[in-house]
Design a protein around this ligand. Structure first.
Ligand code: ATP
Ligand code: PRP
Length: 217
Protein backbone atom coordinates (compact mmCIF):
# COMPACT_ATOMS: atom_id res chain seq x y z
CA UNK A 1 0.00 0.00 0.00
CA UNK A 2 1.40 3.37 -1.04
CA UNK A 3 1.21 6.08 1.58
CA UNK A 4 -0.12 9.48 0.45
CA UNK A 5 2.01 12.34 1.74
CA UNK A 6 0.28 15.61 2.61
CA UNK A 7 2.13 18.90 3.21
CA UNK A 8 0.39 21.33 5.54
CA UNK A 9 1.27 24.85 6.60
CA UNK A 10 2.04 24.99 10.32
CA UNK A 11 0.10 28.18 11.05
CA UNK A 12 -3.39 29.49 10.40
CA UNK A 13 -4.51 26.86 7.89
CA UNK A 14 -3.43 23.74 9.80
CA UNK A 15 -6.35 23.18 12.14
CA UNK A 16 -9.06 23.75 9.52
CA UNK A 17 -7.25 21.43 7.13
CA UNK A 18 -6.97 18.64 9.70
CA UNK A 19 -10.68 19.08 10.54
CA UNK A 20 -11.52 18.82 6.85
CA UNK A 21 -9.51 15.59 6.53
CA UNK A 22 -11.28 14.23 9.61
CA UNK A 23 -14.65 14.94 8.05
CA UNK A 24 -13.79 12.47 5.28
CA UNK A 25 -12.44 9.89 7.74
CA UNK A 26 -8.72 10.68 7.50
CA UNK A 27 -7.91 11.20 11.17
CA UNK A 28 -4.61 12.43 12.64
CA UNK A 29 -5.13 11.89 16.39
CA UNK A 30 -1.46 12.63 17.14
CA UNK A 31 -1.82 16.14 15.70
CA UNK A 32 -3.71 17.25 18.81
CA UNK A 33 -1.00 16.18 21.22
CA UNK A 34 1.26 19.00 22.37
CA UNK A 35 4.57 18.33 20.64
CA UNK A 36 7.19 19.67 18.25
CA UNK A 37 6.70 16.75 15.86
CA UNK A 38 6.65 17.57 12.15
CA UNK A 39 5.55 14.21 10.72
CA UNK A 40 2.26 12.49 11.58
CA UNK A 41 0.73 9.23 10.39
CA UNK A 42 -3.03 9.02 9.99
CA UNK A 43 -4.72 6.59 12.38
CA UNK A 44 -5.29 4.16 9.48
CA UNK A 45 -1.60 4.53 8.45
CA UNK A 46 -2.64 5.37 4.88
CA UNK A 47 -1.60 9.02 4.98
CA UNK A 48 1.45 10.86 6.25
CA UNK A 49 1.23 14.57 7.05
CA UNK A 50 4.24 16.88 7.21
CA UNK A 51 4.08 20.35 8.78
CA UNK A 52 6.07 22.97 6.88
CA UNK A 53 6.27 26.78 6.59
CA UNK A 54 3.28 28.18 4.69
CA UNK A 55 5.52 29.52 1.94
CA UNK A 56 7.22 26.12 1.51
CA UNK A 57 4.12 23.94 0.94
CA UNK A 58 4.20 24.43 -2.83
CA UNK A 59 7.94 23.64 -2.94
CA UNK A 60 7.46 20.27 -1.20
CA UNK A 61 4.56 19.40 -3.50
CA UNK A 62 6.24 20.60 -6.70
CA UNK A 63 9.29 18.46 -5.96
CA UNK A 64 7.28 15.38 -5.01
CA UNK A 65 8.39 15.33 -1.37
CA UNK A 66 4.63 15.55 -0.74
CA UNK A 67 1.89 14.28 -3.07
CA UNK A 68 -0.70 16.84 -2.06
CA UNK A 69 -0.82 19.94 0.09
CA UNK A 70 -2.87 22.81 1.42
CA UNK A 71 -1.55 26.27 0.59
CA UNK A 72 -2.92 29.79 0.43
CA UNK A 73 -3.51 31.12 -3.08
CA UNK A 74 -1.24 34.02 -2.05
CA UNK A 75 1.75 31.69 -1.64
CA UNK A 76 0.90 29.82 -4.84
CA UNK A 77 0.87 33.03 -6.87
CA UNK A 78 4.12 34.13 -5.27
CA UNK A 79 5.99 30.86 -5.81
CA UNK A 80 4.52 30.13 -9.27
CA UNK A 81 5.07 26.45 -8.45
CA UNK A 82 4.29 23.94 -11.17
CA UNK A 83 1.53 22.01 -9.36
CA UNK A 84 -2.12 21.20 -9.98
CA UNK A 85 -4.49 23.45 -8.06
CA UNK A 86 -7.33 21.03 -7.44
CA UNK A 87 -9.87 22.55 -5.06
CA UNK A 88 -10.67 25.96 -3.61
CA UNK A 89 -11.20 24.95 0.02
CA UNK A 90 -13.09 28.13 0.90
CA UNK A 91 -11.30 28.90 4.18
CA UNK A 92 -8.26 31.10 4.86
CA UNK A 93 -10.03 33.86 2.97
CA UNK A 94 -8.28 37.20 2.69
CA UNK A 95 -7.73 39.91 0.07
CA UNK A 96 -4.62 41.32 -1.52
CA UNK A 97 -4.51 45.10 -1.27
CA UNK A 98 -2.25 48.06 -1.79
CA UNK A 99 -2.22 49.97 1.48
CA UNK A 100 -0.61 53.09 2.84
CA UNK A 101 -1.18 56.25 4.82
CA UNK A 102 -4.53 57.90 4.21
CA UNK A 103 -4.38 60.33 1.30
CA UNK A 104 -1.34 58.70 -0.35
CA UNK A 105 -1.45 59.64 -4.04
CA UNK A 106 -0.19 56.40 -5.58
CA UNK A 107 -1.20 57.41 -9.12
CA UNK A 108 0.77 60.64 -8.77
CA UNK A 109 4.01 58.81 -7.92
CA UNK A 110 6.41 58.11 -10.81
CA UNK A 111 8.04 54.97 -9.34
CA UNK A 112 6.64 54.19 -5.89
CA UNK A 113 8.61 51.99 -3.49
CA UNK A 114 6.40 49.08 -2.48
CA UNK A 115 7.25 46.80 0.44
CA UNK A 116 5.75 43.31 0.46
CA UNK A 117 6.11 39.68 1.46
CA UNK A 118 4.89 39.10 -2.11
CA UNK A 119 7.36 40.78 -4.52
CA UNK A 120 6.30 38.64 -7.49
CA UNK A 121 2.57 39.24 -6.97
CA UNK A 122 3.35 42.95 -6.60
CA UNK A 123 5.53 43.14 -9.72
CA UNK A 124 3.03 41.17 -11.84
CA UNK A 125 0.12 43.33 -10.70
CA UNK A 126 1.77 46.65 -11.48
CA UNK A 127 3.34 45.37 -14.70
CA UNK A 128 -0.14 44.52 -15.91
CA UNK A 129 -1.21 48.06 -15.12
CA UNK A 130 1.82 49.41 -16.97
CA UNK A 131 3.10 51.21 -13.87
CA UNK A 132 6.75 51.28 -12.87
CA UNK A 133 7.51 50.41 -9.25
CA UNK A 134 10.37 49.40 -7.00
CA UNK A 135 9.71 46.40 -4.77
CA UNK A 136 11.25 45.89 -1.36
CA UNK A 137 11.02 42.31 -0.10
CA UNK A 138 10.13 41.92 3.58
CA UNK A 139 9.31 38.80 5.58
CA UNK A 140 6.75 40.19 8.01
CA UNK A 141 5.46 43.24 9.91
CA UNK A 142 5.10 44.86 6.49
CA UNK A 143 2.81 47.57 7.88
CA UNK A 144 5.88 49.18 9.44
CA UNK A 145 7.51 50.05 6.13
CA UNK A 146 5.51 53.18 5.18
CA UNK A 147 5.51 54.33 8.81
CA UNK A 148 9.30 54.46 9.02
CA UNK A 149 9.97 55.65 5.47
CA UNK A 150 11.21 52.33 4.08
CA UNK A 151 8.51 52.38 1.39
CA UNK A 152 5.73 54.58 0.03
CA UNK A 153 3.07 51.86 0.24
CA UNK A 154 2.73 48.12 0.88
CA UNK A 155 1.11 45.18 -0.86
CA UNK A 156 -0.20 42.71 1.68
CA UNK A 157 -3.11 40.44 2.51
CA UNK A 158 -5.91 41.90 4.57
CA UNK A 159 -8.54 39.94 6.45
CA UNK A 160 -10.26 41.96 9.18
CA UNK A 161 -8.29 45.13 8.39
CA UNK A 162 -7.34 45.27 12.07
CA UNK A 163 -3.57 45.32 11.51
CA UNK A 164 -3.83 48.19 9.01
CA UNK A 165 -6.13 50.16 11.30
CA UNK A 166 -3.97 49.72 14.39
CA UNK A 167 -1.03 51.05 12.44
CA UNK A 168 -2.86 54.01 10.92
CA UNK A 169 -2.95 52.64 7.37
CA UNK A 170 -5.82 52.25 4.91
CA UNK A 171 -6.53 50.19 1.80
CA UNK A 172 -5.68 52.34 -1.22
CA UNK A 173 -6.50 49.74 -3.86
CA UNK A 174 -8.23 46.39 -3.66
CA UNK A 175 -6.43 43.76 -5.76
CA UNK A 176 -7.96 40.26 -5.54
CA UNK A 177 -9.04 37.47 -3.19
CA UNK A 178 -7.06 34.59 -1.78
CA UNK A 179 -8.16 31.39 -0.04
CA UNK A 180 -6.72 27.99 0.82
CA UNK A 181 -6.27 25.57 -2.06
CA UNK A 182 -5.70 21.83 -2.24
CA UNK A 183 -2.75 21.26 -4.56
CA UNK A 184 -1.28 18.10 -6.04
CA UNK A 185 2.07 17.07 -7.42
CA UNK A 186 1.59 16.52 -11.16
CA UNK A 187 3.19 13.07 -11.34
CA UNK A 188 1.51 11.81 -8.14
CA UNK A 189 -1.86 12.89 -9.51
CA UNK A 190 -1.41 10.19 -12.16
CA UNK A 191 0.78 7.54 -10.52
CA UNK A 192 -1.06 7.58 -7.19
CA UNK A 193 -4.39 8.47 -8.78
CA UNK A 194 -6.17 5.44 -7.33
CA UNK A 195 -5.65 6.75 -3.80
CA UNK A 196 -5.58 10.49 -4.49
CA UNK A 197 -8.72 10.72 -6.65
CA UNK A 198 -11.17 9.37 -4.04
CA UNK A 199 -9.56 11.63 -1.43
CA UNK A 200 -10.10 14.67 -3.68
CA UNK A 201 -13.65 13.63 -4.57
CA UNK A 202 -14.58 13.19 -0.90
CA UNK A 203 -13.22 16.61 -0.04
CA UNK A 204 -15.04 18.15 -3.00
CA UNK A 205 -18.28 16.55 -1.81
CA UNK A 206 -17.81 17.80 1.77
CA UNK A 207 -17.15 21.33 0.56
CA UNK A 208 -20.17 21.27 -1.74
CA UNK A 209 -22.32 20.15 1.18
CA UNK A 210 -21.00 22.82 3.53
CA UNK A 211 -21.52 25.50 0.84
CA UNK A 212 -25.08 24.24 0.43
CA UNK A 213 -25.42 24.41 4.20
CA UNK A 214 -24.26 28.00 4.23
CA UNK A 215 -26.66 28.95 1.44
CA UNK A 216 -29.54 27.32 3.26
CA UNK A 217 -28.57 28.80 6.64
N1 ATP B 1 -4.80 37.52 8.42
C1 ATP B 1 -5.10 36.47 7.67
N2 ATP B 1 -6.36 36.12 7.49
C2 ATP B 1 -6.71 35.05 6.75
N3 ATP B 1 -5.83 34.28 6.13
C3 ATP B 1 -4.58 34.57 6.29
C4 ATP B 1 -4.15 35.67 7.06
N4 ATP B 1 -2.82 35.70 7.05
C5 ATP B 1 -2.46 34.66 6.30
N5 ATP B 1 -3.51 33.99 5.82
C6 ATP B 1 -3.52 32.80 4.96
O1 ATP B 1 -2.99 31.73 5.73
C7 ATP B 1 -1.76 31.26 5.14
C8 ATP B 1 -0.82 30.89 6.24
O2 ATP B 1 -0.58 32.02 7.03
P1 ATP B 1 0.32 31.94 8.30
O3 ATP B 1 0.17 33.26 9.02
O4 ATP B 1 0.04 30.70 9.03
O5 ATP B 1 1.77 31.80 7.68
P2 ATP B 1 2.81 32.92 7.41
O6 ATP B 1 2.10 34.17 6.93
O7 ATP B 1 3.86 32.35 6.52
O8 ATP B 1 3.33 33.22 8.86
P3 ATP B 1 4.63 32.77 9.59
O9 ATP B 1 5.71 33.59 8.95
O10 ATP B 1 4.32 33.18 10.99
O11 ATP B 1 4.79 31.29 9.40
C9 ATP B 1 -1.30 32.42 4.25
O12 ATP B 1 -0.50 31.96 3.19
C10 ATP B 1 -2.62 32.99 3.77
O13 ATP B 1 -3.12 32.24 2.69
O1 PRP C 1 -6.41 42.21 8.28
P1 PRP C 1 -5.91 41.40 9.45
O2 PRP C 1 -6.98 40.48 9.99
O3 PRP C 1 -5.32 42.27 10.51
O4 PRP C 1 -4.78 40.41 8.91
C1 PRP C 1 -3.75 40.86 8.10
C2 PRP C 1 -2.40 40.60 8.67
O5 PRP C 1 -2.18 39.18 8.77
C3 PRP C 1 -0.96 38.84 8.08
O6 PRP C 1 0.16 38.97 8.88
P2 PRP C 1 0.67 37.85 9.90
O7 PRP C 1 -0.25 37.79 11.06
O8 PRP C 1 0.91 36.58 9.15
O9 PRP C 1 2.02 38.46 10.46
P3 PRP C 1 3.39 38.87 9.75
O10 PRP C 1 3.29 40.36 9.54
O11 PRP C 1 4.44 38.54 10.74
O12 PRP C 1 3.54 38.11 8.47
C4 PRP C 1 -0.87 39.94 7.01
O13 PRP C 1 0.45 40.06 6.50
C5 PRP C 1 -1.34 41.16 7.74
O14 PRP C 1 -0.31 41.77 8.47
Amino acid sequence: MEVIKIALAKGRLAEKSVELFESIGVVFSEFYEESRKLIFKSDDQKFEMILVKATDVATYVENGAADIGVAGKDTLLESAADVYEVIDLGFGKCRFAVAGKEGTDLDGMIKPRIASKYPKVTTDYFEQKGKQIETIKLNGSVELAPLVGLSDVIVDIVETGGTLKENGLVVLEDMFQSSARLISNKASFKTKGEAIQPFIENIQETIKQSEGGLKNA
